[in-house]
Ligand binder design. Structure first.
Ligand code: WTA
Length: 652
């Protein structure tokens, strides 16, 4: 059983070294029924390829592979020679195996509308929509952009693409028209699926309107399919724009799956990159399916009568792997919720947990910190006793949040799986296994069976205990196969630090029990509320504003968001900075990239501190933003600049 009480002295030490020593042991009761048994680690370690090979046998193939892995750094081919259609594992097999009338998706809209979709209904809609896509000229290998709120049609759209071998590129609904345009153009999508609008905290986001602005500059888009979410005003361009519900009325019921090679691309998902241009991370079909199927089965311990809820958005990788593909491949029943956790009140999530008897709940540390702030009276109003497993993803979880999650949400009876992974890794890589691994608050613990994460120093020497860089030493099935259209960047970003070893970009440490603690990004990406944002992308956006001469972004720790962004901006000409300017520029970034990229604060400065060679000294800016004593300033071209900035910051 997990320890029942946490003594006051331990609580006071939260965040300190004590956490490395504290372990929460799995309960015998959980272990007995767990999908994963202890032997899984030894088996997978002995022969990781055999482990993945045996897992691959649990999903549906049209033609069996001849070789499990062909590996020549940085190119992996998994399940060579195998052919499949991923939707057969996610849908057809459940129809055939007795889950026909089982709820696949229990959906709740933000305004309170509800819909339950059985596996058969989902299968039917995916088949019909796949036929619609075909009728609009979409063929195997074509790219389809999806820009939708969290409504079932988002999952239907992804699966319909997969049904016919088209490659989906989901763009988070909170992204701006410019961001949407850049992503569509980068992979030359032929079709866009969007909706008339979306609800967010009671407001209406005009998705189709934004999409219209974007596609005015997207020559590759031939057709737009619009899902009707509400009664939102929009313009319909004859010939190009089509209503989803009308097309679906006439669509044929069955679409024969297109069998693709295991290495056929399944999707592209853009993530922030350090050059300012987003990276189109490319995933393929066979290995990705085996990876998400296996991790969902063992990390979330999914059973047929579970009600699983991952609160992510399908616009991010978590939604791809642990809403669309992983849970459906496992025949799970899952909740899909459209809106914000604090709409209309701060108790919305707990209301949903009680109403549907959610048993597995997967969310982000930033959300947990918000729940803590809102107070335990909200969850305490509800019966959360159906919960049996909790998960966390997206950023390091601070021990305070872990302990609160364990006590207040999990009632000290739910194992917590703190899962480390990335858009690039496709599926979970570092995690406890519930029922097996003793957990430590704040540590993602150990590599998932069949994968190998270690800590290396800059030179590639393994760190046995202490800090260093996170590294993955063995290929894994769901690994990215490239950056769309940019082979050089793929190699430089991930495969150039050490020989034959993947570099994820995170700093981490390993303690004396061999537990891994991922500390955060070491490049110029920030992780704000679990979303990756490259400082360069925001800097170049700010500089694009006519009033801005120069800009530098630094990251700072933030109580709720994990990290936040402080922008140091020099205005051009004789423009005098004002509060109006701060708001204007924050809004400008929001409009150009999306609200997630809005700087927390803008500090105006007459100049930026630079080295003699003209490089902006971000380290010093960070020190100022942190209110720290300034470090060595001897390399500054004009040391006085820094004092001025510091003074200005202190005045604010
Ligand atoms: C961070 C999200 C610590 C990390 C699935 C990684 C984490 C980046 C954790 C990937 C965790 C994710 N503990 N850090 N459990 N999970 N991260 O691509 O910095 O949106 O590199 O994928 O989030 O973010 P991405």
């Amino acid at each position: 059983m997990p320890k029942k009480t946490i003594s006051k002295s331990k609580k006071e030490n939260i965040g300190g070294l004590l956490h490395e020593k504290r372990k929460f042991k799995p309960s015998a009761q959980f272990s007995k029924q767990a999908n994963a048994q202890k032997s899984i680690y030894a088996q997978a370690k002995k022969d990781p390829i055999k482990f993945w090979d045996s897992m691959a046998k649990e999903v549906i193939w049209n033609k069996k592979w001849t070789k499990t892995l062909q590996w020549k750094t940085p190119d992996a081919k998994w399940f060579v020679g195998g052919k499949l259609n991923i939707t057969e594992t996610c849908l057809d097999r459940h129809i055939a195996e007795g889950r026909r009338n089982k709820a696949a998706i229990i959906w709740e809209g933000e305004p309170g509308d509800k819909k339950t979709i059985t596996y058969f209904e989902l299968y039917r809609d995916v088949n019909k929509f796949a036929n619609v896509l075909k009728s609009l000229g979409i063929k195997k290998g074509d790219r389809v952009a999806i820009y939708l709120p969290m409504i079932p049609e988002l999952v239907i759209g992804m699966l319909a693409c997969a049904r016919i071998g088209a490659i989906h590129s989901v763009i988070f609904g909170g992204f701006s028209p410019d961001s949407l345009r850049d992503r569509i153009n980068d992979s030359e999508c032929k079709l866009l699926i969007t909706s008339d609008g979306a609800y967010r905290r009671g407001q209406i986001l005009p998705l189709k309107h934004d999409a219209d602005i974007a596609i005015a500059d997207c020559p590759s888009i031939e057709n737009v399919v619009i899902v009707k979410r509400g009664d939102f005003l929009l313009r319909v361009k004859e010939g190009r724009d089509h209503w989803y519900h009308r097309l679906m009325q006439d669509a044929k019921a069955y679409c024969k799956p297109t069998y693709v090679d295991a290495e056929h691309p399944l999707f592209i998902l853009y993530t922030s990159g350090t050059t300012g241009r987003p990276k189109g991370i490319m995933h393929t079909t066979g290995g990705y399916l085996v990876g998400v199927y296996t991790t969902t089965k063992y990390v979330f311990d999914i059973k047929d009568d579970d009600v699983y809820w991952c609160t992510a958005d399908c616009g991010w990788i978590t939604g791809h792997s642990y809403i669309t593909y992983g849970p459906l491949a496992n025949g799970a029943t899952q909740i899909m919720y459209e809106g914000a956790p604090n709409w209309p009140e701060n108790d919305r999530f707990w209301q949903i947990v009680e109403e549907y008897g959610v048993s597995i709940f997967y969310t982000a540390p930033t959300a947990i910190r918000a729940f803590m702030k809102w107070g335990r009276e909200h969850p305490d109003k509800y019966d959360l006793s159906s919960l049996r497993l909790l998960g966390s993803v997206g950023e390091p979880i601070n021990p305070e949040a872990w302990i609160w999650y364990n006590e207040v949400i999990g009632n000290k009876k739910c194992p917590i799986v703190d899962t480390w992974w990335q858009t690039e890794t496709g599926h979970i890589m570092i995690t406890p296994l519930p029922g097996i691994t003793a957990t430590k608050p704040g540590s993602a613990t150990q590599s998932f069976p069949g994968t190998e994460a270690v800590i290396l120093d800059e030179n590639g020497k393994q760190v046995k205990e202490g800090g260093g860089l996170l590294a993955i030493t063995k290929p894994w099935p769901g690994m990215l196969r490239g950056i769309w259209g940019d082979r050089k960047r793929f190699i430089e970003t991930y495969w150039s630090k050490w020989d034959n070893i993947y570099f994820p970009g995170d700093g981490a440490k390993i303690d004396k029990d061999k537990y891994l603690w991922v500390l955060g990004r070491i490049d110029d990406e920030l992780n704000i509320s679990g979303h990756r944002i490259a400082t360069t992308e925001v800097e170049s956006t700010l500089v694009a504003h006519p009033d801005v001469a120069e800009a530098a972004i630094v990251g700072m720790p933030h109580e709720m968001k994990g990290q936040c962004m402080i922008a140091f901006v020099t205005l051009g000409g004789n423009i005098q900075p004002s509060e109006k300017h701060e708001n204007l520029l924050r809004e400008f970034v929001s409009r150009k990239i999306g609200a997630i990229a809005k700087p927390e604060k803008i500090i105006f400065t007459g100049d930026l501190p630079k080295t003699r060679s003209g490089k902006i000294m971000r380290r010093l800016l960070r020190d100022i933003a942190m209110g720290k004593v300034m470090g060595d300033t001897t390399t500054l071209a004009d040391p006085d600049v820094l004092n001025k900035i510091k003074q200005r910051y202190e005045e604010d």
